[in-house]
Design a protein around this ligand. Structure first.
Ligand SMILES: Cc1cc2nc3c(=O)[nH]c(=O)nc-3n(C[C@H](O)[C@H](O)[C@H](O)COP(=O)(O)O)c2cc1C
Length: 289
């Protein structure tokens, strides 16, 4: 009897955020909370997900080389990154369209980063504005840049990030268009972000069994469907439905890095350097001129 009660307790209580002990537990919770199309967008990679698997495998290859038989009463994990002390050598990466996961989206992630003493990188494709992030979070805030909307729009966006005290810029160079994310393609995920509510009809069966998510998403939809910091002159914030075209128009070249350097006085990180050759090209005086 005691055993079955314990099994019952474990079944119903085991999976809460408070009880999650690792990323895999959180992943299972996410799977239960959001519709499949949303979960696959977060969990999936491009094409056959070869790179995704390879990235996970590469992490597993990194092992600590412990110095044993020493007394370490206190571990100090602090590290100084771009002039700011972080509690851990961890920086939250930019995730576009986070309001689709939960209405608090980028705001909640940036707040959590502040509480834990680490930095947060805001995606170009954020549902929240720079000033909202700055008001909500104590984390050092970085901005991730896609060239959405063209040079003039980007220059205005960077000025706005600076006014909200964003500290560093991460320019993504490895996204020359939307990836062929096979799970999203199968699920029709881009339609979920469509301009009309009717676009959601094919998702009814997934959404109906996730009522909490559905209620939050529907109530938040008007704001979540726009990217607050990419303001297109005469039109307003970029609609999320335009994200695929926007990525196609956002190719960054070495020449672009030069005008971006002039538009952003703070530190710039280049995100998505995948080969030694590109790293070397970045470090040559010609690319920095
Ligand atoms: C759901 C999702 C959205 C992402 N959105 C962006 C983005 O807007 N801008 C960007 O530069 N990278 C984006 N990325 C890439 C991540 O910032 C990160 O580089 C990538 O996930 C690799 O890190 P990981 O192995 O820790 O997932 C996104 C990744 C995921 C999974």
């Amino acid at each position: 009897m005691g055993g079955s009660r314990e099994a019952f307790r474990l079944f119903f209580c085991a999976m809460t955020v408070q009880r999650a002990v690792n990323i895999d537990d959180l992943r299972k919770l996410a799977q239960r909370r959001v519709p499949r199309a949303v979960f696959d967008y977060i969990d999936g990679g491009a094409d056959g997900e070869v790179t995704l698997r390879e990235n996970c495998r590469a992490w597993e290859e990194i092992l600590f080389r412990p110095r044993n038989a020493v007394a370490t009463p206190q571990c100090d994990t602090r590290v100084n990154v771009l002039g700011r002390d972080l509690a851990l050598p961890v920086i939250l990466a930019p995730l576009g369209s986070s309001r689709m996961f939960h209405p608090t989206g980028e705001l909640a992630a940036a707040k959590a980063a502040g509480n834990e003493g680490i930095a947060y990188t805001l995606s170009t494709f954020s549902g929240y504005s720079f000033s909202e992030l700055a008001a909500a979070s104590t984390a050092p805030l970085w901005y991730q840049l896609y060239l959405a909307g063209g040079r003039e729009v980007v220059e205005a966006t960077l000025a706005s990030a600076l006014r909200s005290n964003f500290k560093a810029l991460a320019v993504t160079i490895d996204t020359n268009g939307p990836g062929m994310r096979e799970r999203d393609f199968r699920n029709g995920a881009p339609q979920l972000m469509g301009k009309s509510l009717f676009a959601m009809l094919p998702f009814t069966s997934q959404v109906i069994v996730r009522p909490k998510w559905a209620a939050g998403f529907l109530m938040d939809r008007r704001e979540a469907m726009h990217y607050a910091n990419v303001i297109i002159p005469g039109k307003g914030p970029l609609p999320a439905a335009d994200v695929q075209n926007s990525l196609r128009d956002s190719v960054v070249t070495w020449a672009d890095l030069k005008w971006i350097r002039r538009a952003w006085p703070g530190p710039i990180l280049v995100k998505g350097v995948s080969t030694g050759d590109d790293a070397l090209a970045l470090s040559t005086p010609a690319s920095r001129a």
